[in-house]
Design a protein around this ligand. Structure first.
Ligand SMILES: Nc1ncnc2c1ncn2[C@@H]1O[C@H](COP(=O)(O)OP(=O)(O)OP(=O)(O)O)[C@@H](O)[C@H]1O
Length: 344
């Protein structure tokens, strides 16, 4: 199959605040605004940004747990919104999710074997022996003893519970796993083990990941490309190495400046960012980052900057650092994405 495994086009989610007789007068939370990206088979795209910037809403939109206000999600070129029941069922096998809190996302009354095989049993009935064999195999895949099949989640450590969540996600042999803050609740050493497990599984099984995290250290370890979100929009999308070597958007620069630097020889960037992220109910005009941006000029207060492709394969939405020219200005973000697709 040519083309990306996952393609997201102009995805938008507005949550209405309350209800009203006149629909137009209801204020909305602009959780996700015109987000476009693609993910290749076997690739890891990370999504980073401050709390409330819309990362989890993107994950929920991808899994179709919430309906978009606008935009499309395509798997192998097929729009999932148009799928009929059987096709939708088949598509659900291909995309699985791993959640942040492995304890609350696992049913405390089910054994490890029941938890792991539950997604498969939504498609086919398994006999007891089949269930045990499949669960033991998946436990081995995630580095756990097959003897743990009878354990309850409460009898496992945080790291083991997250491995269980991953085994469950693997049970349907997915092409894509959406991991939403999948290691955030774990100790640093356990985090590293789980990240290495995900990398191993990706190598062995060719799984693609959309990896959502606010932790830049984690993203640098696992990502091929990184999308930086601010107040519902992607402001920079770049190959991982390029982004960490030289952030272009002032917000990316500020995020990196605020993150702890594990390598003391690396120069810490110094772009202070004052204040808090504005409300998604009443976002600022123009570039949403302009009230906090040390580089903001008049144009930033008026016009939303388009995502502009740069020579090194990244796209950036910044009037100052990536000004749109006659040649580079894409009328829509998709054109920039097409360029990224052809580079990567
Ligand atoms: N079901 C909902 N109803 C109304 N507003 C919502 C809903 N879900 C999310 N939001 C709002 O949408 C915005 C984006 O939230 P989202 O959870 O996607 O951000 P996030 O970047 O994942 O944050 P965090 O890292 O804290 O999980 C926030 O302002 C949030 O309050």
């Amino acid at each position: 199959m040519n083309g990306p495994l996952l393609k997201v086009e102009n995805l938008t989610k507005h949550y209405p605040l309350g209800s009203g007789i006149f629909k137009k007068s209801i204020p909305v939370i602009r959780a996700v605004e015109d987000v476009s990206f693609s993910v290749e088979a076997g690739e890891t795209l990370c999504i980073v940004g401050e709390s409330g910037c819309g990362k989890s809403t993107v994950a929920r939109l991808l899994m179709r747990l919430v309906e978009p206000t606008a935009g499309r999600v395509l798997i192998d070129g097929t729009d999932i919104a148009g799928l009929k029941k059987d096709a939708l069922h088949a598509w659900r096998r291909r995309m699985q999710m791993v959640f942040q809190d492995p304890y609350s996302s696992l049913n405390p009354r089910l054994t490890a074997a029941q938890i792991i095989t539950e997604p498969v049993e939504n498609f086919e009935r398994l006999g007891r022996n089949q269930r045990q064999a499949l669960a033991a195999d998946l436990l081995r895949k995630v580095g756990m003893s097959p003897e743990m099949t009878h354990r309850l989640p409460s009898e496992l450590s945080g790291g083991q519970r997250q491995r269980l969540g991953i085994a469950r996600a693997l049970s349907l042999n997915p092409s894509l796993i959406i991991a939403d803050e999948a290691v955030s609740a774990l100790d640093v050493s356990v985090q590293a083990q789980i990240l290495n497990l995900l990398l191993d599984l990706q190598q062995q099984m060719g799984i693609a990941f959309v990896f959502i995290s606010h932790d830049l250290g984690v993203v640098e370890h696992i990502g091929h490309r990184v999308a930086v979100m601010y107040l519902g929009r992607i402001v920079e999308l770049a190959p991982c190495e390029a982004l960490f070597a030289k952030p272009v958007h002032p917000y990316t620069e500020a995020l990196l400046a605020a993150a702890p630097v594990p390598d003391p020889t690396r120069i810490r960037l110094q772009v202070p960012v004052d204040g808090e992220m504005p409300s998604p109910i009443n976002p600022p005009n123009g570039c949403a980052f302009h009230p906090r941006c040390p580089l903001a000029v008049e144009r930033c207060r008026i016009e939303v900057p388009p995502l502009v492709p740069m020579a090194d394969g990244r796209i950036v939405a910044c009037h100052v650092r990536a000004p749109a020219t006659e040649l580079s200005a894409p009328p829509i973000a998709n054109r920039a994405l097409a360029q990224i697709d052809s580079i990567s």
